[in-house]
Structures are given as structure tokens and as C-alpha cells.
Design a protein around this ligand. Structure first.
Ligand code: PMP
Length: 349
């Protein structure tokens, strides 16, 4: 009655199970970082004068924008901060896409692009990845869509699209190009497209504090883009879209690049060790450049393994969809958590 029919018909975004966390639960189903955020975040919280909360936060997250801009050798006018990168994805639809337009995105990928497209009555053209899950840039361009969304490394697979292919896309396509680098910090440093932002006005590089900075809980993301796009994002954002504490904590984490590099190195080392062990146990495992591993068992169904692990309070993500039939996605936890997981798998297999 009160709700638009298009909204009633929407399939909402479904997150992984969020169990009550106690000492025994191993939650490796949402690509969260197993390590705490930088100790500087704790310091900021303990020093914080709670009386400040009666004021609205800085509406433009200016200090954070300046810090980020300087780090990436761009002006703060190239940076926009959001309440999670998910919010920025929604704003991009508001500023760049009209009802009835299309976006193109590889399949499989982060499902939220389609969820938000549906909200805005924008059609999603899924372009299947090749048999090896690599992304077909030419096919994406050939859709003629008004915008192209690529997660790099790609969600669900963890595979990295080489920078040369992103540049090829930008040279041959004039629509909106969103490169979602939520997981890029777990890939080699040269993989990011951020340097192309200064040269291509249609490029948006999306980042988040949720993964490598271990700050899912504060909901801060940012994007790097031409000032014209940033200005447009500023026109339609919530009046105070990033909370005071979130701005402070994100800035503290961002300034601690040493801690960031240390935890990334640890996650990557664990990822490689676990991948090799899973392969030796008979799993097919894609060579992920992210903080998770997509894998398929040989002698059991992934569904059986998922249920078994769940009964042991180990939560991984299970997929059973086209191209992702009967697969497990395992986020990289601490070495201890991964040892428990591997022991349980050995017992089950
Ligand atoms: N992009 C991708 C590819 C993701 O997997 C995620 C996390 N699920 C996000 C964006 C969202 O990140 P945030 O927490 O900043 O909204």
C-alpha cells in the first residue's frame, strides 16, 4: 500500500551468519580481518572527550580526505568519504545512472551492485567470467552499458585483474568505470588503479577501511575520483554521513601504515599456507589475491562440509549458484583459527 511495488519485490542483500561471538566461535564467513585495528584506534577512543558527541561531525570528513589525498598523491578534492563503501556505491547510482539505464559487471561478483541497481531501477547486465573465472573486459565494453563495476580483486574468487586490462578498458570506454578495491591491500602494491584517477575523469577507485584496516564495525569507505565526480557525490550525500568517532578512528588507522603493512603481511602469509594445505587435502582452490579463498572439495559436497564446520562453531560461507555451484569461501583468520579449521577438515575428510 504505502511501499512502491518495485521495492516490495526487491531481494535484499543477505550477509553471512552473524553468530553470538564467544571464545569458541570461529567466524570466517564475512572476509573480516582476524587482527584488531591499529592500537592507535584504541588510544583515540580512550582519549576521546564524550562531551564532543553533542556536536555534529565535520560534514565533509575534511581531515580524513586530506590524509588520504596526500597518501595517494592526489588533492583532497579527489577524495570522498562514505559510511562504508557500500554507501558510496549507492551514491554513484544516484549521480550517474538514470532509471532504465544498464550497468555491466562480471559474474560472479559482489552481489550488492545488483541490489543497489534494482533499487534504482537500473538493469544489471551480468557478463560471465571465463572458465578460469578471469574477467572478459571486451565483453563488458560490448554490452554498451552506461557504467561498468569491477571488484578487483574480484569478490567470491579473489582473482586479480591486471592493471593493463583496466587501462585498456579506460582507453576504450567512456562510461562510468568503478574499480572496487575493497581487497586490494592483500594484492601486490602495484595492482591498484589509483594512479589512473588523475588521467581518467570517468574512473572511480573505491576503497574501504573494513578489510585491511580491520574496521568493519565503524563503517568508513572512500573513493578516489575526479573532483567533478566528488562534487556531485557531495551534493547528494547525507548531511553528516560519517560519524565523528568514525572519522577519528579511520584517520588514526590510516596514519598507522606500519601496523597496516604488518597485518597485511601476516594475512597474506596465512592465506598462502592454508591454500597449499587445502590443495593437499584435495580441494580445488583459486589463487586468491584477497583475504579469502574460494574452494571446492573433491570427495564430499561443500554443503556437507559447511554443515559439519557449523556444528563445530566454525562459520564459513557456502555458495550454490550458477558458476559457484557447491563452493566454500573461507576468510583468512589467525594462524590458530586456521589450524583448528584444518584439523577439523582432516577429521571430516
Ligand atoms: N566491495 C566489496 C567487493 C566487498 O566485498 C565489500 C564487503 N562485503 C564491500 C565493497 C563493502 O565494504 P564496506 O564495508 O566498506 O561497505
Amino acid at each position: 500500500m504505502y511501499i512502491k511495488q518495485t521495492i516490495e519485490q526487491l531481494a535484499p542483500y543477505v550477509p553471512g551468519i552473524q553468530p553470538q561471538m564467544d571464545g569458541r566461535v570461529i567466524k570466517i564467513n564475512a572476509n573480516e580481518n582476524p587482527y584488531p585495528p591499529s592500537p592507535r584506534v584504541k588510544e583515540i577512543l580512550s582519549e576521546f572527550d564524550y562531551g564532543q558527541l553533542r556536536y555534529y561531525p565535520d560534514a565533509t570528513s575534511q581531515r580524513l580526505r586530506t590524509l588520504i589525498g596526500t597518501h595517494f598523491n592526489l588533492s583532497s578534492g579527489h577524495v570522498f568519504c562514505g559510511n562504508g563503501s557500500d554507501e558510496i556505491i549507492a551514491y554513484l547510482f544516484q549521480i550517474c545512472l538514470e532509471e532504465g539505464d544498464s550497468i555491466a559487471t562480471p559474474y560472479p561478483t559482489y552481489t550488492l551492485y545488483k541490489t543497489i541497481a534494482d533499487i534504482h531501477r537500473v538493469h544489471t547486465e551480468y557478463v560471465p567470467t571465463r572458465d578460469d573465472f578471469s574477467i572478459d573486459i571486451e565483453a563488458l565494453i560490448n554490452t554498451g552499458a552506461k557504467g561498468i563495476f569491477i571488484a578487483n580483486p574480484n569478490a567470491q574468487t579473489g582473482l586479480l585483474l591486471p592493471l593493463a586490462e583496466i587501462e585498456y578498458l579506460l582507453q576504450n570506454y567512456e562510461g562510468l568505470v568503478v574499480i572496487d578495491e575493497a581487497y586490494i591491500d592483500f594484492a601486490p602494491a602495484t595492482a591498484s588503479a589509483y594512479e589512473l584517477v588523475a588521467r581518467y575523469p570517468n574512473l572511480v577507485v573505491l576503497r574501504t577501511f573494513s578489510k585491511s584496516h580491520s574496521l568493519c564495525g565503524i563503517r568508513v569507505g572512500f573513493c578516489l575520483a575526479a573532483p567533478m565526480l566528488v562534487d556531485a557525490l557531495d551534493k547528494c550525500r547525507d548531511s553528516y554521513n560519517v560519524s565523528h568517532l568514525s572519522q577519528l578512528m579511520a584517520a588514526a588507522a590510516f596514519e598507522d601504515q606500519l601496523y597496516l603493512q604488518k597485518t597485511i603481511k601476516q594475512v597474506v602469509a596465512t592465506r598462502e599456507r592454508v591454500r597449499e594445505t587445502l590443495i593437499s587435502l584435495g580441494f580445488e582452490v583459486l589463487p586468491s589475491q584477497a583475504n579469502f579463498l574460494l574452494c571446492k572439495p573433491q570427495h564430499h559436497t561443500a554443503g556437507e562440509i559447511y554443515e559439519f564446520l557449523k556444528s563445530k562453531q566454525i562459520y564459513v560461507r557456502y555458495f550454490d549458484a550458477p558458476r559457484l555451484s557447491d563452493q566454500l569461501r573461507i576468510s583468512v583468520g589467525t594462524d590458530d583459527e586456521m589450524d583448528v579449521l584444518l584439523e577439523q577438515l582432516i577429521e571430516f575428510l
